[in-house]
Ligand binder design. Structure first.
Ligand code: SAH
Length: 355
C-alpha cells in the first residue's frame, strides 16, 4: 500500500473518499488490483449522486461494494443546527467525527446560491475584527470535511442551486494549504461536485509565501482581506501584517497568475473613524495601483472588539465614490445573515459542546 499519504488525517479509521482526488482514488483502486475507471464511478456517486454508502453504488459488483465498505468510508457531518436569517441566509452547524463543530453559510441569490465554507476550526491569524480569531486555532479540517460541507448542504436543501463557493468561512485557507488545495481540486473536478473554478474563490488574510504556491497548484479565484492601506493601520487589526507587510503582499499579488480580464478581489472592511476617511480611500487606490483589483467594501459587523464600530453609511458611499472616481471597481457588500451571526467575521462555533 504505497498511495496512502492521504489516509485519515484526523482519525484512525479507513480513508474518507469524500476528500480523495481522482488520482488518489485511482491509486487506491490500483492497490486493490482494480481498474482505474472505478475512481470516476465512485466520485460521481459521492459528489453528484450524494450517495453516502458504497452499497448504493449499483454499477459496482457486490463484491467490490462490500470490499470498499471494509476499506474506505464516506464521512458525513451531522447537521445539528440550521438557522435561517430574515434575509434568507442559512447557517448550518455541523458536527464532525470527533465531535467538533463547523459552520457553513448558504447565501441565496436571484438565480444561484453561494456557499461559504470553512477550512479550519478556529483560526491562528488573530485578526481583531473577527470572531473566529477569538477561538484561537483548534484544528485544520480535512479535505473531506471541507468538501462535505458542500455535499451536506446540497442534501439538506435539494432545491438550492449552489454554483458559487467561497472559502471565507472559519479559518485561514492558506494556513491549511494542502487540504484546501485538494478540496478545490475535488470541487472543480468534472467527476466531482462540478463547481466551476471561475466561481470558486479562496480568500486569504495575506499568508504571502503561500500565494504563489496557490497560483502554481490550482486554478481558483483569489480574494485578499486587506482591510487597511497602511502598515500601521493594518498591523493594528491584522497581526499577520507584521510578518508580511502590505508591500510584500502586493508584490505577491502582482505575480499571481491571473486569467485574462480577471481581477483579484480585495476585501476592505470599513471601520468607523479608523480606515474610512477620504485619504484612506486615496491611499487604497495608490496601494492597489500595481494590480488588477476590484474592491469589496464590507461595513464592519461590530460587537467583536468594542473600540471598533460599524461605519456611518454615508462614509461607505463616499469611500466607494472615491475609488470609482479613480477607476477602481468597488462594490459595497451587503451584509447578510447578521441576525443569525452568519455574516463576515461572525462565525465561531462552540467546540466540543454537545447539542
Ligand atoms: N481567513 C480568510 C478567510 C476568511 S474570510 C481571510 O481572512 O480572508 C472572512 C472575511 O470577513 C475577511 O475578508 C475579513 O476581512 C472579513 N471580516 C472579518 N471580521 C469582520 C467583521 N467583524 N465585519 C465584517 N467583515 C469581517
Amino acid at each position: 500500500m504505497k498511495h496512502h499519504a492521504y489516509i485519515s488525517e484526523t482519525s484512525t479509521g479507513p480513508p474518507d473518499v469524500v476528500g480523495m482526488t481522482q488520482s488518489e482514488l485511482e491509486g487506491f483502486f490500483a492497490d486493490l488490483g482494480k481498474e482505474g475507471y472505478r475512481a470516476a464511478q465512485v466520485m460521481k456517486w459521492v459528489h453528484q449522486g450524494l450517495t453516502d454508502t458504497f452499497d448504493g453504488m449499483t454499477n459496482l459488483s457486490k463484491t467490490l461494494r462490500s470490499d470498499l465498505s471494509q476499506r474506505a468510508r464516506i464521512l458525513r457531518p451531522r447537521v445539528v443546527r440550521d438557522v435561517r436569517s430574515d434575509d434568507g441566509t442559512r447557517k448550518f452547524l455541523m458536527k464532525l467525527e470527533d465531535g467538533l463543530d463547523v459552520e457553513t453559510v448558504l447565501i441565496p441569490g436571484d438565480d444561484h446560491d453561494t456557499l461559504c465554507v470553512s477550512t479550519q476550526i478556529g483560526c491562528a491569524m488573530g485578526c481583531r475584527i473577527c470572531r473566529t480569531a477569538r477561538m484561537g486555532p483548534v484544528r485544520d479540517l480535512t479535505s473531506g470535511e471541507i468538501v462535505s460541507q458542500l455535499l451536506e448542504v446540497r442534501r439538506q436543501v435539494p432545491e438550492s442551486r449552489i454554483t458559487n463557493v467561497v472559502f471565507m468561512g472559519m479559518g485561514e485557507p492558506l494556513a491549511n494549504f494542502d487540504r484546501t488545495v485538494k478540496a478545490v481540486a475535488i470541487m472543480t473536478h468534472p467527476n466531482g461536485p462540478q463547481i466551476s473554478w471561475r466561481r470558486l474563490t479562496v480568500s486569504t488574510a495575506g499568508l504571502v509565501p503561500r500565494i504563489p504556491d496557490l497560483g502554481r497548484t490550482v486554478r481558483a479565484k483569489l480574494a485578499v482581506s486587506l482591510n487597511a492601506a497602511t502598515d500601521e493601520q493594518r498591523s493594528a487589526i491584522m497581526p499577520i501584517n507584521r510578518k508580511y507587510p502590505i508591500a510584500s503582499l502586493i508584490r505577491a499579488l502582482t505575480n499571481y497568475p491571473l486569467p485574462r480580464r480577471d481581477r483579484i478581489t480585495i476585501e476592505y472592511v470599513i471601520i468607523d473613524g479608523f480606515n474610512d476617511s477620504d485619504s484612506d480611500a486615496r491611499e487604497l487606490v495608490r496601494v492597489l495601483n500595481p494590480i488588477r483589483a476590484k474592491v469589496n467594501l464590507i461595513p464592519l459587523n461590530d460587537g467583536i472588539a468594542n473600540d471598533l464600530r460599524k461605519p456611518r453609511p454615508e462614509r461607505v458611499l463616499r469611500f466607494q465614490e472615491i475609488l470609482m472616481s479613480k477607476s477602481l471597481m468597488a462594490i459595497v457588500r451587503r451584509s447578510r445573515g447578521a441576525d443569525i451571526m452568519a455574516a463576515c467575521g461572525q462565525l465561531a462555533a462552540k467546540t466540543g459542546e454537545s447539542e
